[in-house]
Write a protein that binds this ligand. Structure first.
Ligand code: TTJ
Length: 438
């Protein structure tokens, strides 16, 4: 049981967490929490690729994402609004949040401080505390890997500021150097995790500021109101990073609306970004969209802040609702005549930039690269929300609505003209083919 593949290990974990609520087998001998903490970190060092994908530069950055995800989860739960990521000169990375602080009280099973349990046992991370933890949703594959990062670090330090006290503990390759200790008084709350990746594990130890900025900027858009700071404190930086300033601060009060504006920076926009969100029984749905005069479609989707590069049911629901809503509007204002065909899904997406972000309890990531959201209920959820909210927006903003429909009609006309031209070429070709040589 100690060398399960990366994905499988996580599926098993999710199942264990659900166990007390959805019993599908014989009565459990242990509760979820008890089984969860039985595994040490040896398998992680034996087969690191199974836990972080690879030990190349991608795997190296995965360590940062695993730790940062925990801090962002705390922000998404409404308990933090600031995350600071520092690339330190000694090769370590430091991640700080202003959340509640990882619990430090005695864990009932390990009889060790919860902090130590979280960081030294497999699967005892982000979902620590189960449903009582206050996390509405979590990335699924994300947020449970802080102990994996510890196992793959030659050094890690945890510093928790909680209820007036500072608690610290250090680790070497996942093993505590000493017991957790109190290290003075504090007036703030939060968690600071610093770690140095292990050169025995990774091919390279050089972080790319560019990679980190891109990812954290995206996370900041997706978590409206959070402030993510990035500090590059390395004296000697890789050549490709030297063009960047050393200090960044990402804060987008308008969240994914600002993301859409950013994506459309170099295009001629039609109207303002349209933004709406809704909490449904199946999860939260948030959409931002804006047409441009370009012919490019740029629709990106996320589930629990994870970019779904292969799309999935949330994207399908969006496309269906978009086509239906735009057609409904165009018909009801006679922008589309009775005898005219409906606009196609392609017509209504030409020139469209959109960000679809859903958050759900139990995301299923499928497909070749696990980049496709497999939860079928998210099609209906997104479709219903977009039908309602986009329809309402169009009614309330007739000027913008007519410009948007005009852009879609242009795409439809171009499509029909292209088809007519092609048909005519084929017909002509056929006629020519019939004329006999000589
Ligand atoms: C867990 O449930 C009780 C209240 O605190 C919750 C918690 O663990 N919050 C939390 C974890 N906030 N921040 C973290 C965290 C931050 C970093 C940078 C790294 C890690 C592993 C966790």
């Amino acid at each position: 049981m100690s060398t399960l593949p990366f994905a499988l290990a996580n599926i098993r974990f999710a199942w264990l967490v659900n166990f007390p609520y959805t019993p599908r087998m014989a009565a459990p001998k242990y509760t979820a929490a008890q089984i969860q903490v039985l595994e040490g970190l040896e398998p992680v060092r034996k087969r690191p690729g199974m836990y972080i994908g690879s030990t190349d530069v991608r795997g190296l950055h995965h360590l940062v994402w695993e730790i940062v995800d925990n801090a962002i989860d705390e922000a998404m739960a409404g308990h933090a609004n600031r995350v600071i990521v520092t690339l330190q000169d000694d090769g370590s990375v430091r991640v700080e949040d202003n959340g509640r602080g990882i619990p430090v009280d005695k864990h009932p099973v390990t009889k060790r401080p919860a902090l130590e349990t979280v960081l030294t046992t497999l699967h005892a991370g982000g979902k620590f505390g189960g449903d009582a933890s206050g996390y509405k949703v979590s990335g699924g594959l994300h947020g449970v890997g802080s102990s994996v990062v510890n196992a793959l670090s030659i050094w890690m330090k945890a510093e928790v500021h909680k209820d007036g006290d500072i608690y610290t503990q250090e680790y070497v390759r996942g093993k505590p150097k000493a017991d957790m200790k109190k290290a003075g008084k504090t007036t703030k709350n939060g968690t600071i995790i610093s770690f140095t990746p292990d050169d025995e594990i990774f091919d390279t130890l050089t972080f790319s500021l560019d990679t980190i900025l891109t990812r954290l900027r995206q996370q900041a858009y997706l978590t409206r109101g959070i402030t993510i700071s990035v500090i590059d404190a390395r004296k000697k930086r890789p050549a490709e990073d030297e063009k960047y300033p050393r200090l960044y601060r990402f804060h987008f009060q308008e969240g994914i609306s600002a993301y859409v504006k950013h994506l459309n920076e170099s295009s001629e926009a039609i109207g303002n970004p349209i933004w709406f969100e809704k909490d449904t029984d199946d999860g939260q749905v948030e959409v931002a969209m804006q047409y441009t005069q370009s012919f490019q479609e740029n629709v990106v989707s996320f589930a629990n802040n994870i970019h779904t590069t292969e799309g999935g049911h949330h994207l399908t629901g969006f496309k269906a609702a978009l086509t239906r809503t735009i057609n409904n509007y165009a018909r009801s204002f006679q922008l589309l005549k009775e005898k005219e065909e409906n606009l196609t899904a392609d017509d209504v997406r030409e020139g469209l930039t959109a960000v679809i972000s859903v958050r759900l309890k139990d995301p299923q990531f499928e497909g070749q690269t696990k980049g496709k959201l497999g939860n079928a209920e998210m099609k209906t959820a997104v479709e219903t929300v977009v039908n309602e909210k986009l329809g309402q927006y169009l009614e309330e903003h007739p000027g913008e609505a007519k410009e948007m429909v005009a852009k879609c009609l242009l795409a439809a006309r171009a499509r029909m003209a292209a088809r007519a031209a092609r048909d005519s070429v084929i017909r002509k070709g056929a006629l020519e083919g019939m004329t006999l040589p000589g």
